[in-house]
Write a protein that binds this ligand. Structure first.
Ligand code: BJW
Ligand code: ZN
Length: 260
């Protein structure tokens, strides 16, 4: 694994445009359950068709709103981990060196932003934003659990969580930004995603097709593991700080050599 880390960090150091796609696995070490992990994932306990579709909300808005509000309140107790922090640090250094850097996430927890990442491209929306189905008004809900369910707007309409459910289109501007970043990057990282949900997983396919260097970080294999340049089996919170640390250390020693 050390050889893989060394090689990938060398390429990261040389990259001029970096794009990163993250999934629920990067937040697992912050205490937020993933979706598809066999024992601990949300879909091991719940049926997505009952909770994560517009039809489920239409059928039982009380249950769906309560479930999302409970998740919102749980995430409010969670802090970014060393994986989120390493990506925020990498972005800062990349931008200072005038490299392009785009962080694309499927996560709805906003822990990347809490770690200091900016301009995060949210493909599946956010647990914090709730939108009225009648008047379209959007509010950022940062307070305690709602007093009653379903959550209602001042206009009397129902508010739904601002996440993207199965069968719904992804926000078009966010997806276009993501596709453009992947098309123009020379180093792509996929971290903590099972790569099973489309069109987000299609971004990994796109990176492989354009022959960008692709690094996957995940404790488990995915459908892309055999096709990427490096597949590192490990946790985001362990591997990301190492890889970013190695790349920045190499960079610092190279600039010392240049100066002496
Ligand atoms: C660690 C770790 C550690 C653990 N460190 N790693 C093409 C083919 C087949 C189907 C489709 C297709 N195109 C579209 C579809 C349908 C559907 C889809 O993809 N279904 C598949 C499941 C089969 N897609 C859609 O419906 C999308 N919309 C769409 O396509 O619109 C066009 C359309 C409209 C109408 C008809 C047809 C097409 C919308 C997808 C929306 C996804 N929404 C969710 C819920 C969000 C709200 C909520 O939070 O409840 O988004 S589902 C859920 O999955 C969530 C996630 O963002 C998403 C991805 O999951 P992720 O992040 O990869 O998590 P996991 O749990 O799957 O994986 C975690 C990984 O972490 C694992 O690999 C672990 O090993 C790893 N891990 N610990 C690093 N410490
Ligand atoms: Zn309203």
């Amino acid at each position: 694994m050390n050889d893989l880390l060394e090689q990938a960090s060398q390429r990261l150091l040389a990259a001029k445009a970096i794009a990163v796609l993250t999934g629920a696995g990067i937040s697992a070490e912050s205490g937020i359950p993933t979706f598809r992990d066999a024992m601990t994932g949300l879909w091991a306990k719940y049926n997505p068709a009952d909770l994560a579709t517009p039809e489920a909300f239409a059928r039982d808005p009380e249950r769906v709103s309560r479930w999302y509000d409970e998740r919102r309140c749980r995430v409010a107790q969670c802090r970014p981990n060393s994986g989120h922090l390493a990506l925020a640090h990498l972005q800062q250094v990349a931008l200072a060196q005038e490299k392009a850097f785009t962080l694309i996430t499927q996560n709805v927890d906003r822990l990347h932003q809490a770690a200091g990442s900016s301009d995060v491209v949210e493909l599946h929306g956010s647990l914090w934003v709730w939108r009225c189905l009648e008047c379209g008004n959007e509010v950022e809900e940062r307070g305690p659990a709602f007093a009653s369910y379903p959550h209602a707007c001042a206009c009397g309409g129902l508010r739904r969580p601002g996440v993207v459910w199965f069968g719904e289109l992804l926000p078009s501007r966010a997806f276009a930004t993501a596709e453009k970043a992947v098309a123009s990057c020379d180093f792509f990282m996929s971290v903590g995603t099972s790569a099973e949900v489309y069109p987000a997983a299609g971004l990994i396919e796109q990176a492989i097709q354009v022959e960008t260097d692709v690094l996957e970080i995940n404790p488990e294999a995915t459908a892309f593991s055999n096709r990427v340049s490096w597949s590192i089996r490990g946790k985001g919170g362990d591997v990301l700080p190492q890889i970013v640390g190695m790349a920045l250390l190499d960079d610092a020693s190279a600039s010392e050599t240049r100066q002496s």
